[in-house]
Design a protein around this ligand. Structure first.
Ligand SMILES: [Mg+2]
Length: 124
C-alpha cells in the first residue's frame, strides 16, 4: 500500500504543486488549508508523513505541530516543516519544536520526491 501524506499549506498554488508532484510519485495525498484542518485530518487519517507550512492564517504550523506532538494519538506522526522564513535561527527553533525535518521554500520540484522518500524511510 502506498504511503499517506498530508499536506498542510494555505497557499493554493503550493498545495497543488506538492499534491501533483507527490501523487505522480504514487503517494496517497490529502490536503488541508490551515492548521486547524490539518490537526483534524492528521487525527483521522494517521498519515505516514505531514508536510506542514509554518506561516498560515488562523492556526499556524508551529501551533498545529505542537498540538499533534502533545496528543498521544498523533505524537508519533512524522512532521516536516515547510517554511519560507529566511531569518537566522529559525531552523533551530523549528527543530526544537519537534519537527522531524525542515524544507525551505521555494521547493525544488526535482528534489522533493527524494526528500520525501528519505523522511518516510527514516525510523525516528
Ligand atoms: Mg503559508
Amino acid at each position: 500500500m502506498s504511503h499517506k501524506i498530508l499536506i498542510v499549506e494555505d497557499n493554493e498554488n503550493n498545495r497543488c504543486l506538492f499534491r501533483d508532484i507527490l501523487s505522480f510519485h504514487g503517494y496517497q495525498i490529502s490536503v488541508a488549508a490551515d492548521g486547524q484542518e490539518g490537526v483534524a485530518l492528521a487525527r483521522e487519517l494517521q498519515p505516514d508523513l505531514i508536510l506542514m507550512d509554518i506561516q498560515m492564517p488562523g492556526m499556524d504550523g508551529m501551533t498545529a505541530a505542537g498540538i499533534l506532538k502533545k496528543d498521544p494519538l498523533t505524537s508519533g506522526l512524522k512532521i516536516v516543516a515547510v517554511t519560507s522564513f529566511a531569518m537566522r535561527g529559525d531552523k533551530e527553533k523549528i527543530m526544537a519544536a519537534g519537527f522531524e525535518g525542515y524544507l525551505s521554500k521555494p521547493i525544488s520540484t526535482r528534489e522533493l520526491p527524494g526528500l520525501v522518500k528519505r523522511w518516510l524511510e527514516d525510523h525516528l
